[in-house]
Design a protein around this ligand. Sequence first.
Ligand SMILES: *Cc1c(COP(=O)(O)O)cnc(C)c1O
Length: 405
Amino acid sequence: MRQSRARAGEAPRVLGRFGDFGGMYVPETLVPACQELDRAFRDAWGDPAFRNELDHLLRTYAGRPSPLTECDRLGEELGCRILFKREDLNHTGSHKINNCLGQILLAKRMGKTRIIAETGAGQHGVATATVCARFGLPCVVYMGATDVERQKPNVFRMKLLGAEVIPVTSGTGTLKDAMNEALRYWVANAETHFYIIGTVAGPHPYPLMVRDFQSVIGREARQQIMDAEGRLPDTIVACIGGGSNAMGLFHPFLDDESVRIFGVEAAGKGIPSGLHAASLAGGTPGVLHGNRTYLLQDDDGQIIDAHSISAGLDYPGIGPEHSWLHDMERVEYVSATDEQALDAFQLCSRLEGIIPALEPSHALSFVGTIIGDMDKDEIVILNMCGRGDKDLGAVLPMLEERGKL
Ligand SMILES: *Cc1c(COP(=O)(O)O)cnc(C)c1O
């Protein structure tokens, strides 16, 4: 590991900056809204009453703490000890609820009366619509028109939960366009509206705030492994779309130098094919959605659409803190292809009775590739960040086509 100027766990020292990344690249009219949010978040995060209310909701509504499950048969197959942090067991089926509960409590505290969100695959839209139903706040979700077509069950869920879904036809009608549109709408309505961003991206304070709301994953995992084994894990692994489930697991371990940390991006059809979502492996630094980070872009700075079998990893950027951790070499960023993720999806289902989402299947597939480097007593914690129910419709024809069912 290269000697870092600041300890990784302390960032950001300068407002919204993670080394050369992050920041607040927004129209001037939005700066006061971001600053107001920054102040409100710091104030809330330091207030025991806010933290207690959030903890209570996480416990009684989301179902926390999520268990840490040892996977014996997978461990035998992979040649190590592997434990899943079971975010798949949360209400709404993934880690996204942790962040949405935090942000909606903050919205209430700030006196905002309406919620906006963006969504790609629909998972964040569903989690946002869920907390809006729970708190009785009207909710508008921006979703690319292409995604509205591709993700019908989630569009139906959001509507059932009382949200209004607005299809965005600009660009390629996918997540990046939905986020552009949501930011644009927020500029005009920041007085009354709270924008719930679903990952560690966007302008400051979102990357830091979403990380802090998701860090409950890593804090619990740390406590659970200490209670069970009396020691820290050797390795922790998570998949990366924007990077919120990964930051949530990683953050409480960043200053533990003995813990190896791996972030797994989606390599789609392979990095050389250009059809992937690996912003660190195949991208360059630039500015998108209010922050500076690694992006998939062409020589003219035009964003290139991401590709992955997993809709949740299909984002052409990555949270700025990951870009920083990558450059300082604290976290090792690797990737797994569609095919590798599908294999891991099946392996996990058969050996553990846990049907994983396609996103964490990427992380699991990577664990299979480092077997040679590990001994059988090594402890690996993998963030099982979502369940696979949402993916069954997409996976079935692919497995049939490959004769793998
Ligand atoms: C949304 C989602 C992701 C990707 O988002 P991150 O911010 O990278 O965590 C990964 N896994 C699941 C199950 C998701 O729903």
